[in-house]
Ligand binder design. Sequence first.
Ligand SMILES: Cc1cc2nc3c(=O)[nH]c(=O)nc-3n(C[C@H](O)[C@H](O)[C@H](O)COP(=O)(O)O)c2cc1C
Length: 339
Amino acid sequence: MAAKLGKTELKYGLLLGPMAGFTDHAFRSVCLSCGAEYVFSEMLSAKALCYEQKGRSGNTVRTGSLARVRPDDLPIGIQLFGSDPKFLAEAARRIENGDYRGCLSEVPPTSIDLNMGCPMPKITGNGEGSALLKNPDLCAEIVSAVKSAVRIPVSAKIRIGYDNENINAVEVARKLEQAGVDFITVHGRTRSDLYRPGIRPDVIREVKSAVSVPVIANGDIWTPEDAVRLLAQTGADGIMVARGALGNSWLFEAIRCRIDGQSFDDPNPPERIRMAMRQLEIMTEDCGEALAVPEARKHLAYYTKGMKGSAQTRASLMTATGLPEIRALLDRLLQENGG
Ligand SMILES: Cc1cc2nc3c(=O)[nH]c(=O)nc-3n(C[C@H](O)[C@H](O)[C@H](O)COP(=O)(O)O)c2cc1C
């Protein structure tokens, strides 16, 4: 067993990272079926979840549907962002109890994850996401408040610091641990690094040595070799894969095989197209054709990248309006690629 996150035991320690606009139920379930052992929702606004019951609208209905948890979606952490401990605690309580307007969850999530790493100016400008790293005491206050509000485990996802002059992941992690956090994911970049290639495994390793709660290493895992190397470099309890899984959900299976010393054959184009179709079917079942089609385009572009005839197909996918049209395009691509 690689990691125990709360009560959830992971054999390999393979987590799918939260990605706004990508990690919906369909993508999560495809990744779970390909060997991911723990998944996350995209970050949801704590305030939106709290205001919802008071009838304030805006993004709240969408937030509610993004918070939906289905039984085939487990184990899952619902990720919240915000900076006010009271709102975060209340939002976490509502998520655990299904106590928000329009809640469709059939089961509670496995855990609540707290976003302390988002670099987007519209988030950091409000003191949220990675801006929280500038105030380790507030990070701890947030964890304490959320821990008091829920029974399920509470995790945090941090970066190694706000900028290269302020690399304070060890200090933040120690405070989070004292406040009762159940596990910590460390993305090995600062906020000012954004997503530039190259991470700092050495800092993740320092965090792992400094705390006794499980530490998950994150950043730049594109291949099974990257995964095994990051585990070795950091001594982490598990790894989180985000962009590397886009259109490449079998990366989790490939990593499992690499850890077990077994060979893994990358899926051929027809298998990739069939996986894309499967994800599209789940999306359509989940939210209907009108919403699924625009959302599916970006995933399909990842799945079909590099295939014979894929540039033409991608261009057509961008303007395709209905499911039959998309199915026909994928069928044609399948034939062109020997399916
Ligand atoms: C499109 C996109 C959306 C993301 N959304 C979130 C998010 O909602 N919450 C979060 O904690 N991290 C988010 N991230 C960061 C990823 O979870 C991950 O930490 C980062 O991409 C580094 O891992 P990777 O190199 O495996 O992609 C996002 C990243 C991308 C590319």
